[in-house]
Design a binder for this molecule. Structure first.
Ligand SMILES: *Cc1c(COP(=O)(O)O)cnc(C)c1O
Length: 434
């Protein structure tokens, strides 16, 4: 009986997936990526681009081009060729800025995410007297949490006293904007900085960055966002929202490879101000006089003024390859449109094939989510972790977060509606049994 009712639903959804794929104007970008394969040679159902984005096929050539330049030109590679290394990071700024809604001079690709968070806090966390607190979420990603804790200690302060931690209301999965703004209001006299995620890594919730920034600025509190799960996932308007700073990595939705170089945004109100304190290095020094070696630091009046070192070119080449694809697909607008359709279809499949058996932590309204759905699949007879492990064995790649969440993110650049259909099929097989 169970099977008789399940079959038609499955067939109807499969047909819908095929139709949606056929009508998808950016479907062909899937062919620009390598998909890992299972042991028996099938393409994995890869829904874990929120953890490590897939490798674009062009990346190899972009990286090899720089290895070749090094091989044939040696040190002259800094100044010669189509993409000389001296200004290499500049080739990335415009497209990267477009993805986060910033001016090119507000964005620089440098270092890695947690390093950039520290560099930004060196500038924006300037505790003075009783204005020494940082607002953060209690369930922040551990690296962000440790970075904030250690910043407090570094200033000789007790983290327990200067971290204001916001968390969802009792019985809620996600943070309300109202609650965050209330916390800002209650601590307006003592907050020195705010650090929050653009997209919360565990629940996939998108925070209202504009409202939070506006409230913080009423009390002159600088605001920074960790965009690890937001960059390349949702449309952002960092300049218009007047965010003070933001940092993100490029190996999640930006497909630039494990540990690749990160992105950083410094609002032009600050980046144009050479007197703005920063931890300095020679690559942030004025390009015209940098090589005079005079030990006279003149900060570049853009986000580049926060650079410390000459950047890793092989990693930056992978970023350039990825940005080439983002540019050709037409930026975030077409991606967001498909992403919303993918998650809508994902929810439909879950509701119809597994009614009442999966709880979705991620907010349902479009403004509240990006690609990722965070699923709680804790059934009486099979624990969530076992469900996750069986998905892995079936070649359905997601990620597990303790205590009980499976995060699955259909990525519009390379995932299809049929990927979503197949994933839910595997999940249903595990939950319903053979
Ligand atoms: C992925 C992620 C990190 C990782 O930091 P790295 O410095 O790149 O290792 C940090 N914070 C958040 C919120 C993340 O999602």
């Amino acid at each position: 009986m169970k099977n008789e009712t399940r079959q038609p639903t499955s067939q109807r959804l499969e047909q819908e997936a095929r139709q949606l794929d056929a009508a998808d104007p950016i479907a062909h970008f899937r062919n620009e990526f390598y998909f890992p394969e299972t042991e028996d040679g099938r393409q994995e159902i890869y829904l874990v681009g929120n953890s490590l984005g897939l490798q674009p096929k062009i990346t190899r050539d972009f990286v090899l081009q720089e290895l070749d330049a090094w091989q044939s030109r040696g040190v002259r590679g800094h100044f010669e060729g189509d993409f000389p290394w001296m200004p290499y990071h500049e080739f990335l700024s415009e497209t990267m800025a477009g993805l986060v809604g910033a001016q090119p001079e507000e964005v620089v690709v440098m270092n890695t995410l947690t390093v950039n968070l520290h560099l930004m806090m060196a500038t924006f966390y300037r505790p003075q007297g009783k204005r020494n607190k940082i607002l953060i979420e209690r369930q922040a990603f551990p690296s962000d949490y440790y970075a904030v804790e250690s910043q407090a200690r570094w200033h000789g302060l007790d983290p327990a006293e200067c971290m204001v931690q916001v968390e969802p209301d009792e019985g809620q999965n996600t943070l309300s904007t109202e609650k965050i703004c209330q916390a800002i209001h209650s601590h307006r006299e003592t907050l020195a900085m705010i650090l929050l995620p653009g997209v919360q890594y565990y629940t996939g919730q998108v925070l209202d960055m504009q409202a939070i920034t506006q409230t913080a600025h009423e009390f002159d509190i600088p605001v920074g966002f960790d965009l690890a799960h937001a960059a390349g996932n949702i449309p952002l308007q960092l300049s218009d929202w007047d965010v003070d700073f933001a940092c993100w990595c490029t190996y999640k939705y930006l497909n630039s490879g494990p540990g690749s170089i990160g992105g950083c945004f410094v609002n032009s109100r600050h980046s144009g101000n050479p007197d703005c304190f920063r931890l300095a290095g020679w690559w942030g020094d004025d390009k015209a006089t940098r090589f005079r070696m005079e030990n006279q630091f003149r900060a570049i009046p853009t986000a580049e003024g926060w650079q410390l070192s000459n950047p890793p070119i092989l990693s930056a080449a992978a970023v350039r390859a990825s940005l080439d694809i983002f540019q050709r697909v037409g930026g975030m607008a077409p991606l967001r449109e498909k992403s919303l359709q993918l998650t809508r279809f994902f929810r439909d499949c879950l509701e119809q094939r597994l009614p009442g058996q999966v709880e979705i932590l991620t907010p349902a309204e479009p403004a509240g989510h990006g690609c990722q759905l965070s699923l709680q699949v804790d059934l009486r007879d099979i624990p969530g972790k076992a469900v996750f492990e069986q998905l892995e064995s079936a070649g359905a790649r997601t990620d597990w977060r303790e205590p009980d969440v499976i995060r699955a993110a259909p990525v519009p650049l390379y995932n299809s509606f049929q990927d979503v259909f197949r994933f839910v099929g595997e999940l249903a097989r595990i939950v319903d049994g053979p």
